[in-house]
Design a protein around this ligand. Sequence first.
Ligand code: NAD
Length: 640
Amino acid sequence: MTDIHIRTIGTTGRITLARPKALNALTYEMCLAIEAALDRWRSDPEVACVVIDSQGDRAFCAGGDIAEMYQTGTAGDFSYGRRFWADEYRLNAKIFSYPKPVVSFLQGFTMGGGVGIGCHGSHRIVGQSSQIAMPECGIGLVPDVGGSLMLALAPGRLGEYLGTTGTRMSAADAIYAGFADLYIDMSDWPGLIAELEAGTPLDALTDAATAPPTGAVEAAQDEIDRHFGGERLADILNSLRTGESDFAAKASDAMGRNSPLSMACTIEMLHRLRGPSLSLPKALELEYRFTSRAMEHGDFLEGIRAAIIDKDRQPAWQYPDQKVPAAAVSKMLMPLGKHALTLEEDKMQTRKIGFIGLGNMGAPMAANLAKAGCAVTGFDTAVTAAEGVTMAETAAAAAKGADVVITMLPNGQILRAVAAEVLPAMAEGTLLLDCSTVEVESARAVADLASARGILCVDAPVSGGIGGAAAGTLTFMAGGSEAGFRTAEPLFEIMGQKAVHCGGPGAGQAAKICNNMILGATMIATCEAFALADKLGLDRQKMFDVVSTSSGYSWSMNAYCPAPGIGPQSPADNGYQPGFAAELMLKDLGLSQQAAEAVDADTPMGARAFELYRRFVEEEDGRGKDFSAMLPRFATRRRE
Ligand code: NAD
């Protein structure tokens, strides 16, 4: 890649940012390239330390390349930005905890994304031209890339001051604030880099360091603490407005240019972060809450427009009167739930998966895992295939060496037989994740077998049908230990949109059985209502238009309409090819009745639905058809 030079020289891993005309602004590709190099060098005995520098005099790195974020964000696609930030933050964390020394040479501007690359290593070198800043509030973001950690750790209220004003720190200021370690005359840098490449110990850096020329912020610390100690943005602004010093006027001016929402969130973040449990992952996680919402709900797109697209420097911020309600701050910093930042993503992508049962559901689920970067080996007794999946000769062969084995099989008996075959092939500590719909007893029996071998087991039946399996939008209802659920979570995220941990072994199946009892009954109700409407002379489209927006609506009507040519695409539009076969629905209704009997529950609608599907499958022509083919059945029948 021409924007960055990555190589090893002598005993160093060498990274040189090489976009001097763009002030070495960091692109997504540069981030990924740096991460890949760090991963390679981590266990490379030839590499003793990593040295990061950059070309040109003006900047080490003046930030992240935000032009593409603007283009995708204004087109309504927020996923590119979220992915960039998540991957960039993971890189920042890797630099921070890298097991080998990381030395960075920070000439000229080091701002935003540049801080994330240059200021988390073990030896951060500054010189005469160094100017370091976190100016994100000026473009509608908050100090990120782990910068909030350093701001939270800076003396007194310096963090609030630097974060909300975006003030540029000189070399001395940066050392004082904790963004840099050593001041070394820049004329010495090339020689020192050559020495490191030749294997000279890092003490050479400390030996070459001298005292920097005096900075400005240390002298202003008292005034900073006085004005920036308030609880909220309004307190700080009031204090500055009533202060009569030059310092107060300048700080107030700087804050007048920045996004009020971003500044209010920056202050709240620093207050939340300070304390004994402060860590870089915690800071990055909090930053990501803001940045992942910044395009949709924050001022970020407007900030980029004014700064680098139209360059009018007149951003139309939200809350122009600088009165930011506490609720607006909370909304930006609320936990992200399953979308929370995970620094473990790379591990997940290299997961080895064994996938047994590649039918209507299993094949698209396995294909989605392969697409997401998992190495998937599959097995099915029928000759089937799934995109990106390598097929094995036996279930045990597919399970061998896998971190997770997923089963998607027709029933509990088959599941038990497959589990007996694959568990002995699986290593201790791995996970058996069963997504089939089976009886609670089978789920518990398999969980017992797994636990006897030290293997985690989660029953996680799904809802969402083949459409959800293909689109990766399934809902998983999971039963098993907390550790099992956590291990499965990244895979749920790839294959689905929601996973609920319902309880211990079998709890997922219990939830699924109840859900499908409702589904069977509502599908029958929907089909018989269409048949009645036909006989009453009501147009099917009109019936759909009314019911899908009235109190009779249901998933069966709205998402899986049993009438051909009506509503979204469904098996009815494909001659009632399953989809979800009537015999599978019969199986699920049978499970609900079996369970109801075991616990003495009264389920008359479930019992009636079971009986109707039993007749449809066993005595009529329902076998092999989708479960929505109840509509042509009812349409051709007379009242009994
Ligand atoms: P399917 O019949 O299309 O797929 C099951 C696959 O398992 C088949 O390809 C079959 O050859 C394979 N198989 C059978 N025995 C095997 C063995 N011993 N070893 C390896 N492979 C074996 O069924 P499906 O629709 O994919 O459903 C799978 C599970 O998901 C079922 O438990 C079902 O109840 C549940 N489910 C289905 C849907 C749906 O809409 N289809 C929705 C939710 C849940």
